[in-house]
Design a protein around this ligand. Structure first.
Ligand SMILES: *Cc1c(COP(=O)(O)O)cnc(C)c1O
Length: 349
């Protein structure tokens, strides 16, 4: 017997597909004569590859980046192999064989990866040059290796370390990348992430790789007013109760009422990405009404002060304010963390 249909969820994530498409188009425009690709690693920053990639392809995006080989199958349901590149590159012969078998491009990051790729038969690949982040990418000193000349390079790329700041490192990386790009033949060159796009057209080259700004993140103030919120989390009220003066709430009784309070227990906790960083600072909304979090965030629940929403009923939905720059400022979490933390219990249509 098939299990019966699931009842309605108590967590949902509304995705504004128009905002997503318009964010990509804005970033593509800001890339000048270059085109914007899309970083869709980590399940499209927690928003869901299936929700995001069809919208981006419809808007015109044709180059998608994931980090892991394990992320390829879900992406292949929505984009052809020729549009996909894997940023971590091959670290085993199995990875290189998987790339060959699927037709997905590896981003090669080291001479070890270059040799694995050539041993597997080679073919079109991307090459990541390290220009100062010292994380993943071929050191410039190793570019003269004879095996580099044997590569068939589609996109020659590097990654900015401090593009969200006005740091001298940005110009240094730009200059180094431009000089490397003059020496290494490739079909196209790519340097800028979201923040790098905001640094100006010098940084755009032929292809940009926005991630966080597609999903409503604003890593530099130049992008505010251009980038719109995409992810709107909502959680349902599980129970309402009346607190009396002296009643405490939640684990370790961190909050004690000093007046009568109408409190709502809500289906949202740290297992859903609503971390304990929000304890004492978070608030939910019902229309214009603000419902502050009372006491500690639990795994599956929070309690909020519902006094400002006297008509609230069990089962009603509350909004989690998720304008990323503001949510980051009040929680101390990064805009990237706020997105990628969103748990698997959120329902999207
Ligand atoms: C994640 C990533 C991006 C996207 O960065 P954002 O800051 O989210 O725009 C671009 N390039 C590389 C190599 C990445 O790893």
């Amino acid at each position: 017997m098939n299990p019966p249909d699931l009842p309605p969820p108590t967590l949902r994530l509304r995705i504004d597909a128009q905002a997503l498409a318009s964010n990509w188009r804005a970033l593509d425009r800001l890339s000048g004569s270059g085109e914007a690709g899309a970083a869709v690693k980590a399940n499209a920053y927690g928003i869901g590859v299936a929700n995001v990639v069809p919208v981006l392809r419809e808007a015109g995006a044709r180059r998608f980046f994931v980090a892991h080989w394990s992320e390829v199958p879900a992406l292949l349901d929505h984009a052809p192999a020729s549009e996909i590149a894997v940023l971590h590159g091959p670290i085993s012969p199995e990875d290189a064989a998987f790339a060959k078998a699927t037709g997905v491009k590896p981003v090669l990051n080291s001479l070890h990866q270059v040799r694995l790729w050539l041993t597997a038969g080679g073919g079109l690949c991307d090459l990541m040059i390290d220009t100062g982040i010292n994380r993943l990418g071929l050191p410039v000193a190793e570019l003269g290796d004879g095996d580099i000349a044997r590569l068939e390079i589609d996109t020659l790329m590097s990654h900015l370390a401090s593009a969200d700041e006005n740091a001298a490192q940005n110009r240094q990386q730009l200059d180094l990348f431009a000089s490397v790009a003059r020496e290494i033949p490739a079909r196209r060159r790519s340097l800028a992430n979201s923040a790098g796009i905001a640094l100006g057209l010098d940084y755009a080259f032929d292809l940009t790789r926005p991630g966080v700004a597609l999903y409503g993140g604003i890593p530099r103030s130049e992008l505010s007013g251009t980038i719109a919120q995409v992810a709107f989390p909502q959680a349902a009220v599980l129970q309402l109760r009346n607190l009396l003066p002296g009643d405490s709430v939640g684990y370790n009784a961190l909050f004690t009422a000093d007046e009568p309070i109408r409190a709502a227990t809500v289906s949202l906790g740290y297992a859903d990405g609503y971390l304990r960083a929000w304890t004492g600072r978070g608030e939910l909304r019902r229309g214009d009404a603000v419902l502050p979090v009372l006491g500690r965030v639990s795994m599956d629940m929070i309690v909020v002060d519902a006094s400002a929403a006297p008509d609230l009923r069990e089962g009603d939905w509350l909004d989690l304010p998720y304008s990323l720059p503001e949510a980051a400022a009040s929680s101390g979490l990064s805009q990237y963390e706020l997105l990628t933390l969103l748990g698997r219990r959120f329902h999207t249509d």
